[in-house]
Design a protein around this ligand. Structure first.
Ligand SMILES: N[C@@H](Cc1ccc(O)cc1)C(=O)O
Length: 419
């Protein structure tokens, strides 16, 4: 299947500058293409990942991707999709972010082989341009009239936009021209809010290289959820790729909790599974939705892609242990991941009767309630039911000397950290 046809089947195209032209070109030869990200933070979240997954699809189809880290554009800040001016970050902060993002990208995308992903940083060519060159060699090619007409700018004319952010589109255009001239790049892809910046770059290429220059732009649609809420957000905030911000277990759970109405859409859009595999899973969603096979496959594919096989297996072990109640099998690190968002209490280590201990820790509201729950068998400690009212809790019960896990009823877990 041609890559453009494949992206169409995956519902992964929002706008294209010349669909037929790009289909023809990608049929004829392996092209170079690029997508950029600005170092506005020290980790990407899954929203950032989307265009890069598309970049990888091009790579799998034999094309040659370039990842651009915006060391220069990041110092300005893209006004696209924003209502208010950004505050500038320090240059040191941006440099730190460049390093973190570059490492994240290398981990995800760089593989061996001919169509190895190239990484570039636009600081390398942008910092060499002086202001006279900028105004004479490039400024002349941009019309204020068409810059003002871009959504990004026109939507800000009332509330205000600085000259700095207004100029952002010029910097991104210079990138595309630079990569067209030096890296043979003929396509830029990005999120739907990048349309203005991408087409502005194409205009520059045509002005500098002639109207016959073969260069294209493609944007990816915003992912919408069936329930109308924003994709990629959880109660805890964004879903980060950095395991220190969103643990692999939380990452796995995020995908595993996908609504039946969204799961096939996500499989097409996010995973590298084939049409046959996805069609088979779509049938399962219809025939036996309670088994959640499509969601589990989605969670496995995404966790393996971002965190690797070992972390996927760990996430699955935590999921299974929490489901079955077999907590003892978990390591201290796995407990830390699995219980990050669960109610957590601190307690000192000393021998104590279970009924009193539960009240003291704060899990039970009163002795009466505590006694009732223990005697009816509603309390488990580290996966084992405690129904004996005289049971003594001691340091020896702590997993790894650190944690005691209490389950009340079927699902209410609490983590007690021993101090
Ligand atoms: N403007 C893009 C990032 C980017 C930067 C430079 C480029 O050349 C391309 C893309 C964004 O905010 O998502």
């Amino acid at each position: 299947m041609n890559i453009i046809d494949e992206l169409e089947w995956r519902d992964a195209i929002n706008q294209q500058t010349d669909a037929d032209g790009l289909r023809e070109l990608t049929n004829k030869k392996a092209i170079s293409l690029y997508c950029g990200v600005d170092p506005t933070g020290d980790s990407m979240h899954i929203g950032h990942l989307i265009p890069f997954i598309m970049l990888k699809r091009f790579q799998l189809a034999g094309h040659r991707p370039v990842i651009l880290i915006g060391g220069a554009t990041g110092t300005i800040g893209d006004p696209s999709g924003r209502q208010t001016e950004r505050s500038l970050q320090t240059l040191e902060q941006i440099q730190d972010n460049v390093v973190s993002l570059t490492n994240q990208m290398l981990k995800l995308f760089v593989t061996e082989g001919d169509n190895q992903i190239r990484m570039v940083n636009n600081y390398d060519w942008t910092h060499k341009i002086n202001v006279i060159e900028f105004l004479r060699d490039y400024g002349k090619n941009f019309s204020i009239n068409s810059m003002l007409a871009k959504d990004v700018v026109s939507s800000r004319l009332d509330s205000g936009i600085s000259f700095t952010e207004f100029s952002y589109q010029i910097l991104q255009s210079l990138d595309y021209l630079h990569l067209y001239q030096n890296e043979d790049v003929q396509l830029q892809i990005g999120g739907s809010d990048q349309w203005g910046n991408i087409t502005s770059g194409l205009d520059l290429i045509r002005k500098k290289e002639g109207s016959e220059a073969q260069a294209f732009g493609l944007t990816i649609p915003l992912m919408l959820k069936a329930d109308g809420t924003k994709f990629g957000k959880t109660a805890g905030g964004a879903v980060w790729l950095d395991p220190a911000k969103t643990t692999p277990y939380e990452f796995y759970q995020f995908w595993a909790n996908t609504d039946d109405r969204d799961v096939v859409k996500y499989l097409k859009y996010f995973t590298f599974l084939t049409k046959e595999q996805i069609d088979a899973l779509a049938e399962k969603v219809q025939a036996e939705p309670h088994k959640r096979e499509a969601q589990i496959t989605l969670a496995e594919e995404m966790t393996r892609f971002v965190h690797g096989e070992d972390m996927l297996q760990q996430a699955k072990r935590i999921t299974a242990a929490l489901f079955s109640g077999d907590i003892k099998s978990l390591s201290v690190e796995e407990i830390e991941q699995g219980f990050k968002e669960m109610p957590t209490y601190e307690a000192a280590i000393e021998d104590k009767n279970i009924v009193d201990w539960l009240v003291e820790v704060g899990i039970e509201p009163s002795k009466r309630q505590s006694r009732e729950d223990v005697s009816k068998g509603a309390i488990s400690m580290n996966g084992e039911r405690i129904a004996d009212l005289d049971f003594i809790v001691s340091a020896s019960h702590a997993i790894g000397g650190k944690f005691i896990i209490i389950r009340k009823g079927k699902k209410n877990y609490s983590l007690v950290k021993l101090s």
